[in-house]
Design a protein around this ligand. Sequence first.
Ligand code: BTN
Length: 233
Amino acid sequence: MMIEHLREVDSTNRYIRRYLAGGEDALVTALRQTGGMGTKGRSFLSEEGGVFLSKLTFYRDRPAGTSFLVMTHAAVAVCRTAEEFGVRPEIKWPNDILVRGRKLCGILIENSIAGGMLHASIVGIGLNVANDVSALGGIAVTLCEAAERTLSPESVRDRLIFQLSQEDDMQDYLSYVRFLGKQIDVTLQGERFVAVARRILPDGRLEIERDGVRQLLSAAEIRLMEQTNGGQR
Ligand code: BTN
């Protein structure tokens, strides 16, 4: 796999697209991004000191229905990395990694799907390590703050690259999900309500129970209750 470490780039996700035509797996990191992209068209604050990484993977014979496992793999790799530094993370469905309710990491996945098959994926990971996240007003946390020690972004980056090369499965992902069976705050198509989170299906949908009625969500904004927030804009 080709690995490229950049000083500065607009977005590693955008940059790595140049390798889509080549057919070879690639990984690109940057010390900072000037146009970091978040989910839902949001921007992602990417000051120096964080780990900003994108990994391009090509697949053969992989049904598009298994795409959620690309997300679970990235989330597990981030959680395992955080644990290596003594931090206990949790996953907020589908793609945020939190520590005590504050966002440690965001994941942005761009899949290329054709004819019902997953052809390639770009996994973008933005992990707060020693970067200044004060502009986000307390909704984000860094690994240094959570670990209560100084850490070099390069050492965290290298452990994350290692963890991304490891195997895992849905059970590993679920072991970091701590809100099942609990009440969550859901925002769905502009409507906000409280429901109980029941389970996450292998295809990534979240089953909730609202007033005794079960419902499957494929996209919604959720907020874990008892905690502050999980957004990083
Ligand atoms: C989110 O929480 O909204 C997802 C954020 C994903 C940020 C990462 S940083 C590396 C890669 N490059 C980008 O432009 N975005 C992803």
